[in-house]
Ligand binder design. Structure first.
Ligand SMILES: [Zn+2]
Length: 87
């Protein structure tokens, strides 16, 4: 029997390594790991799940929040699949 933790996926904004857009990224905890994926191009990678993970993504989000002044289009990133380029 598998003991499944019920964990909601976390969403945050970041620049995608693959499609190079600023997009909504999803983090889904899977046991000891988490799947980090771009909701635009579906690029995905496995990362270790640790206590720092929430803080890491919070700081990424804070970084983009600060960029919003320069790039108001970042405010449009709200739902999975949303993406924007800042050029
Ligand atoms: Zn992408």
């Amino acid at each position: 029997m598998i003991n499944k933790r019920e964990v909601k996926p976390m969403l945050h904004r970041q620049k995608c390594k693959k499609c190079e857009f600023y997009t909504i990224y999803q983090v889904v905890p899977v046991g000891e790991k988490a799947i980090l994926s771009c909701t635009h191009c579906e690029y995905a990678e496995e990362i270790p799940w640790d206590r720092e993970i929430k803080a890491t993504f919070k700081s990424k989000e804070k970084f983009l929040k600060n960029l919003e002044e320069l790039y108001p289009e970042l405010q449009e990133l709200k739902n999975p699949g949303d993406h924007t380029s800042l050029d």
